[in-house]
Design a protein around this ligand. Structure first.
Ligand code: SF4
Length: 192
């Protein structure tokens, strides 16, 4: 049986395949301001003071898995609306659409469907700085995209290699920029 893939790997690969490989294959991790804020935010979420809404069951730090897909992870928050799970993933910063975060949340929804044997059609990303939610509908297209990323991860696991750097606006927020040296490839290509 294949090793389960962490749900966080879906987010990392979707953000940048090289980031995924540096973290999950080469085991490199560097914190920056964004990741440190993220750790703090997640730690606070898993301390449930004052977070439950009246009349609604809420689980914090719920372990997630899908045997069918080979996924494991942990949900920041899962609200239960009449026994239907509704994952809420906390993010630092302002409300902004980052597709990698959307796919991470969709993967959580897929796990919850299998765990509770009910359709899970929606979830939300919660942005701590702006205190706003962005609701995500788990469309067939998003579900298919999670499967594509999962397949790409499995392919990279079977044939480990370091994908080329994207060297674009994503690198500005990436904690691995010092280990990755995304501009080096462009400089090298300029020499050939
Ligand atoms: S610095 Fe850029 S290319 Fe390198 S891992 Fe991060 S996002 Fe990817």
């Amino acid at each position: 049986m294949e090793e389960p893939v962490p749900i966080s790997a879906i987010q990392h690969y979707a953000y940048c395949p090289r980031q995924y490989a540096l973290i999950h294959i080469e085991q490199i991790w560097e914190d920056n301001l964004y990741t440190l804020r993220g750790h703090r935010a997640h730690a606070q979420v898993h301390t449930p003071e004052g977070m439950a809404r009246e009349g609604m069951r809420v689980e914090y730090g719920l372990p997630l898995w899908s045997d069918q897909l080979g996924l494991v992870g942990q949900a920041d928050v899962v609200e239960f609306l009449e026994d239907t799970p509704y994952p809420v993933e906390h993010k630092v910063g302002e409300r902004r659409a980052r597709h990698a975060d959307t796919l991470q949340l969709t993967a959580q929804g897929l796990c919850l469907e299998e765990m509770f044997s009910v359709p899970v059609r929606k979830g939300a990303l919660y942005y701590r700085q702006s205190r706003r939610r962005r609701e995500v509908t788990f469309t067939p297209a998003l579900r298919a995209e999670v499967m594509e990323v999962l397949q790409a991860i499995r392919t990279l696991q079977a044939h480990p290699a370091l994908p080329p750097p994207v060297n674009d606006a994503r690198c500005k927020d990436c904690s691995l920029v010092a280990a990755c040296l995304p501009q080096a490839r462009d400089r090298l290509e300029g020499l050939t």
